[in-house]
Design a protein around this ligand. Structure first.
Ligand code: PSU
Ligand code: MN
Length: 308
């Protein structure tokens, strides 16, 4: 069922380094044209490190692993705009795949859906910006991203910059602990808060770079563990935002979402777009920098893993 590009298929068959990349970040995470330049740039970062990028998406009912530039552009130009009443393209978490395939739809795949598909394609490592998690107020709404359950059940390493404080980070970490997901800090003792390097919340294990990280991933694989590994890589110092400022913009965005009655799968895309507006685009610049930083780490780690 997977349409894997010849480049990705050959790399996998030869045991070379491949890095999976998600596509909801393109369709629902950033505005056009920044989404397109970012997606293409991130693929180039992976290539520059000697690995093969495999961006995963649903295109006209086909599950694609590896996208050509024209398809990347097709997804990017269909990106949802917060100014429109409804998105022009679907956001597919794992559970959305069967119905969207049956109706020949196109969709960006979330972290959960991308992990699920990467694993089926045989790709053990995946880079993104931030994961979904337990939303603030989840004790009332039960809004917990399917990303966390996928991390608990699918053996793929996800390299991210932590999670945005649109989420309840302590509860997100509790959920990961319950699910048996190792959270590995790279060059940090703290769980990073996406736009900032620290959250005040400790990670249990720290590594310093790709070689140490690959060793952890290798042991995780040798143990045959059921779920994934969450690798948290803080945003580079030079690109980080001021904590007090971004926290108040995030609080405003959450209040706006409540006032506008945004619920369910629209919550995260709405908040990302609103934060971008409220920061005058500075959140987007930071977002691009941290994704590139994560893609670099994932590619370097994939190269070490391929050599083991
Ligand atoms: N967080 C971000 N950027 C993103 C997303 C989350 O900082 O682009 C996207 C990812 O694709 C993630 C999804 O898997 O949102 C989570 O959505 P939900 O909260 O509806 O599960
Ligand atoms: Mn949700």
């Amino acid at each position: 069922m997977l349409h894997v590009t010849p480049e990705v298929a050959e790399a996998l068959a030869e045991g070379r380094a491949v890095v999976a990349l998600e596509s909801t970040i393109i369709t629902h995470g950033m505005p056009f044209p920044d989404n397109l330049t970012t997606a293409a740039g991130v693929e180039q970062v992976v290539r520059d490190e000697g690995a093969v990028p495999a961006t995963i998406a649903l295109v006209d009912g086909a599950l694609r692993v590896g996208l050509d530039p024209a398809t990347l552009e097709q997804l990017a130009t269909a990106a949802a705009s917060p100014r429109e009443s409804g998105p022009r393209i679907a956001k597919a978490s794992r559970r959305d795949l069967p119905a969207l395939i049956a109706s020949r739809a196109s969709a960006g795949t979330t972290v959960a859906a991308t992990m699920f598909l990467a694993h089926r394609a045989g790709i053990p490592i995946f880079a993104t910006g931030g994961i979904g998690g337990v939303h603030r107020g989840a004790e009332h709404t039960f809004d917990v991203s399917a990303d966390l359950d996928e991390l608990g059940s699918t053996p793929v390493a996800v390299v991210c910059a932590g999670a945005k404080s649109i989420l309840d980070l302590p509860k997100t970490l509790e959920r990961l602990e319950t699910q048996g997901v190792p959270v590995i800090g790279v060059g940090t003792d703290e769980f990073p808060a996406f736009f900032t390097r620290s959250s005040g919340l400790p990670v249990d294990h720290r590594v310093e770079g790709p070689a140490d990280l690959a060793a952890v991933l290798r042991e995780h694989a040798r143990l045959g563990m059921r779920g994934g590994v969450l690798v948290v890589n803080p945003i580079p110092e030079a690109d980080a935002l001021q904590a007090d400022e971004i926290d108040s913009r995030i609080a405003e965005a959450i209040a706006d979402a409540e006032r506008a009655g945004i619920t369910r799968k629209d919550v995260t895309p709405y908040l990302l777009a609103r934060i971008n507006e409220l920061t005058g685009g500075r959140s987007l610049t930071a977002n691009v920098a941290l994704i590139r930083n994560n893609a670099r780490l994932a590619a370097r780690t994939a190269v070490v893993l391929a050599s083991l």
